[in-house]
Design a protein around this ligand. Structure first.
Ligand code: NCD
Length: 309
């Protein structure tokens, strides 16, 4: 399998054997990701980190991954301090990053921005989130987390909860979980249901997702509860946000009805949708999930620009 020079824009660009290969390869990166072993297979390589939207985990774990592989990072996290402020086009910004680096990681508020960037870059482009579109690297680390904890992806009963309309992580994950034949339940307020096209993609892959707003009932026989934040920044109207914020809260009382080995995931940042009292229960996997971003992204960087271990 050859990923050299490949853009990573959508999880839909990958076949199941390709995803399996990446997940296997990520396992080999764990000790390096923790700093317990050392490699420098990306020595001399430079990654552009272009964040047009706020980020903590995605930006820092990409940076960490590049450093752990011996590479270096240039970039920005505040586009207001770049020539974008003077009116420069995205195309020209990408052309510059292309000439200064070996790979571009981009997060942008507009859906399709990462795909557009590939038109102006010779080097590989990785989509670190494009508006309400896709978040393929988060999806891969989520799959990696489920695989590590549950030993398999197929057959798990998974709830995707919260803002299924604007949440890009769940758009990518619903597709990928369908590829593996997981059982899907979508739980959201009525106004934030999973977009029709994502539901259709799942059905095309042979999965029949159940949509409901009743979390208490659905949680009983669930293996994985994937919680998301209501994406305030994507609401055209503050009133609409106020109507749905606080609809679901995961707390210890709710978890009394859950399976003992239920795992709770969240791409983070978490606001009030998970009560901090849950953090110390064996269900809470979200911080480990965030760490998994490092080995997973090390694998992607190594496969696209480094040559393999
Ligand atoms: C998510 C994102 O940016 O889509 N965060 C992340 O990358 N880990 C989720 C969110 O912002 O709610």
């Amino acid at each position: 399998m050859n990923f050299k020079g490949k853009d990573i824009i959508s999880i839909k660009d990958f076949s199941k054997p390709e995803i399996n290969y990446i997940l296997d390869y990520s396992k080999k990166m764990v000790d390096f990701a923790k700093g317990e072993k050392y490699i420098d297979i990306l020595k001399g390589k430079v990654m552009s980190s272009l964040f047009f939207e706020p980020s903590t985990r995605t930006m820092l774990s990409f940076g960490c991954a590049m450093n752990r592989l011996g590479g270096r990072v240039i970039g920005f996290s505040d586009p207001g301090k770049t020539s974008q402020k003077k009116g420069e086009s995205l195309a020209d910004t990408i052309r510059m990053a292309d000439s200064y680096s070996d790979l571009i990681v981009i997060r942008h508020p507009q859906e399709g921005a990462a795909r557009l960037a590939t038109e102006f870059a010779e080097v590989p482009v990785i989509n670190a989130g494009d508006g309400a579109g896709q978040h393929p690297t988060q999806c891969l680390l989520d799959l990696f987390t489920i695989l590590t904890e549950k030993k398999k992806i197929e057959g798990n009963k998974v709830i995707l909860l919260g803002d299924l309309k604007y949440g890009r992580t769940v758009h990518s994950l619903a597709y990928a979980l369908s590829l593996y034949g997981a059982e899907l339940t979508f739980v959201s307020p009525k106004s934030l249901e999973m977009p029709r096209e994502v539901v259709d993609e799942c059905k095309d892959l042979g999965v029949k997702p159940v949509s409901t707003s009743n979390l208490e009932k659905s949680i009983r026989d669930t293996d994985v509860l994937y919680v998301t934040r209501i994406q305030k920044e994507r609401f055209p109207d503050a009133e609409e946000y106020n109507k749905v914020v606080g609809t679901y809260t995961i707390d210890n009382k709710l978890l009394q009805n859950a399976k003992k080995d239920l795992i709770i995931m969240h791409p983070l940042p978490r606001l009030a949708e998970i009560n901090p009292e849950v953090d110390t229960t064996p269900h809470a996997l979200y911080f480990k999930e965030a760490f998994n971003g490092v080995p997973l992204r090390m694998a992607l960087l190594s496969l696209t620009i480094g040559g393999e271990l």
